[in-house]
Design a protein around this ligand. Sequence first.
Ligand code: GLN
Length: 544
Amino acid sequence: MTNPKYIFVVGGVMSGIGKGVASSAIGRIMQSKGYKTTAIKIDPYINVDAGTMNPTEHGEVFVLDDGYECDQDMGNYERFLGETLPSINYMTTGRVYQEVIRKERNLEYKGKNVEVVPDIPLEVIRRITEAQKAAQADVTLVEVGGTIGEYQNIIFLEAARMFKQKYPHDVAVVMLSYVPIPGNIGEMKTKPTQYAARSLNSVGIQADIILARATVPLDEKRKEKIATFCNILPERVISAPDVQSIYDVPLNYEKDGLGDILTDVLGLEHRPTDLSEWEAFVKKSKNGGTVINIAVVGKYFDSGEFVLADSYISVLEALKHAAYHQDLKLKISYLDSEEYEKNPEKLEELGQYQGILVPGGFGSRGIEGVIAAVRYARENKIPYFGLCYGMQLLTIEYARNVAGMQGANTAEIDPAAPYTVIDFMPEQKEKIAKGQYGGSMRLGAYPCALADGTVAQQAYGVAEIKERHRHRYEVNPDYIKKLEDAGLVFSGTSPDRTLMEIAELPATGHPFFLGTQFHPEFLSRPLSPHPLFMAFIKAAGEKK
Ligand code: GLN
């Protein structure tokens, strides 16, 4: 193998055109040529990680195995590459500055002036090369967040420029652009792309490849135009029209030969691209015959479906993976739990769904409505799957309505409740008392032992698993016995049996009623769907 190779992906014209998916798709293509590939995301904000950000504004907070809370694009990378990525693959302005300042305080700069340029880009480069080494990657993708021309990401573009200047033959720059078709004109306009390419030139970077996002494929004339005015070869202008599903994107890029073009730019040896497994999955995703109706119940306010899809992207993808692998067409409906608080009779609408899922969450808004929905699912034998908060609320519902603990609640909402069946984990109390909110939950992958013969254990088919967490509260050990005596089964626990990880009802009494303290959605991959999502969708598919 030659030197390690790097592909920087930068965004021109505007945000929100799918830079994360584009980077993931490029990664998949290079990987399917047999190159070991890893992917890095750079976010330009000051937040040290994504843990303190509101998902309805920024999208889902994705959690890595090592507990780092990051942008949802890291989830796309893991799903497209089928790899587990470490936290060194994610950085923000805040994290980079924090590290530079730490080194300065430790005299690691040996008394010299520490400057924004070059010390910040050098730290960015150091992190990129460290991530490459950790993965032993032949090809490392680096997605630079934000849009060319804005103030915030300039320091990262400077890092890309310095890197390319140092290794001119090992770095490729891909610019993702947008080619609008204004309604009153009705034809594709390439000028915004030309301006973006020029802005990129003004920071010393020439794009090698342009991915032209648009609603439709580029015609030859626009390709030529972009090539001429953005100073690149016409065959390196790749058409990136809107597609039905994000999983189409690698296949679409390959139609224009993107993998071979990158191979040329980077001076790699030519190898065939084997996307056959991927293609088989994409085919499955389109063939799905029978529709399966799943309700996702939560506190949805001030947000449209678009925002919701972004806030729960891993959950949606995990549901899709499981449905497609069972040849089902997935239909998701978001149901606002606050409605059930105002009009309890509205709960009846849940009867028409084949499965009810409650995702993770925080705070008290809409929670009584969710608990009512859990009860409805339990009593009417509708498959129910609770993720994190969804498991805690399942426990509260069971405590109140079956185990006779009237007024049971989580300490997150009512610390003075008569039965706090969900309570602070002991170390969490101190952290909150000190106001330490950032990165302080129970985060990342922990082992979980499964009890033989349970729904969970049968789904996984093994005795111990590892899953990713993000929570402050847990099932209160004081009430475990009472809940078990009333019939709730804790089928997954920490190996020392102190933390309850999975709660379920036996298969004899309910088709599927299960909640996990962890977030299984983070480990579902298109080519290897998550066992619990598979079991939930199977039960839902069997519901009349
Ligand atoms: N709010 C709950 C807790 O902190 C659940 C968190 C979640 O759903 N991610 O434990």
